[in-house]
Ligand binder design. Structure first.
Ligand code: ADP
Ligand code: MG
Length: 211
């Protein structure tokens, strides 16, 4: 089972990763957007960490909902509402639990990614965070169905997210700001797919150090 403390570690590690990679995410967005993705994400997760003392006292559902609401209220741009929706939907799918099975975590992430797809109407191949998240969820579900340990399953999901992120380089963007560039968006890695890979990698790190 995945304990609530591991999920708290996940978000804490991710907040650190975002802060460490803030400039890189912003540089990626400078190439095909408006140079604020790292700034947006860091603003949101700095606020999440400020609220962590009260968030961590809540059950898993309320914890994720609190993370989502914080991102929705603090982060501008496309990524705030989209990542906000991911965590809000995860929270709605988790109820009042204090621990999750790997299958439950995979189902929640899947519900969260469905929320992003509904809100942003991006499909795989549009050069967005979906290109990292969708293969990660598929790999996670496959690993969960195969009865793998949480650490290995999330490492497989992180590898799939990384491959999906790299696959955005040759894509032409058809959603978000990068789509305004048309064919000039080709040849650049999508910033949101990069922050999405960091998210799944942080989950693997939290789970693997908890075992
Ligand atoms: N409709 C969408 N669906 C999914 N992801 C999207 C969508 N539009 C943009 N994104 C993601 O958001 C990222 C940009 O985030 P950010 O720079 O923070 O917001 P903005 O584009 O408003 O400046 C993109 O790299 C892309 O991955
Ligand atoms: Mg931007």
């Amino acid at each position: 089972m995945i304990q609530k403390s591991t999920l708290i570690d996940w978000i804490t590690i991710y907040a650190q990763e975002i802060s460490t990679n803030k400039e890189q995410l912003t540089a990626l967005d400078a190439a095909i957007g408006d140079a604020d993705h790292g700034i947006n994400m860091d603003r949101g997760f700095t606020e999440v960490m400020q609220r962590m003392p009260s968030l961590r006292e809540q059950d898993i559902g309320s914890f994720f909902k609190g993370v989502g609401m914080t991102l929705l209220s603090k982060v501008g741009g496309a990524s705030g509402p989209l990542y906000g929706t991911l965590f809000l939907r995860m929270g709605m799918a988790s109820g009042g639990k204090e621990e999750l099975s790997l299958t439950e975590l995979a189902a929640q992430l899947s519900a969260g990614v469905d929320g992003i797809r509904q809100r942003g109407s991006a499909r795989p191949g549009d050069k967005t965070m979906i290109d990292a998240l969708a293969p990660a969820i598929a790999a996670l579900q496959e690993a969960a169905d195969a009865g793998q340990e949480t650490c290995q399953a999330l490492e497989a999901a992180a590898a799939a997210a990384e491959a999906g992120m790299k696959a955005t380089i040759p894509m032409q963007a058809s959603k978000g700001r990068a789509s305004y560039l048309g064919p000039r968006s080709i040849g650049h890695q999508d910033p949101g797919a990069t922050s999405a890979w960091l998210l799944i990698k942080a989950a693997a790190q939290a789970a693997c150090s908890a075992q």
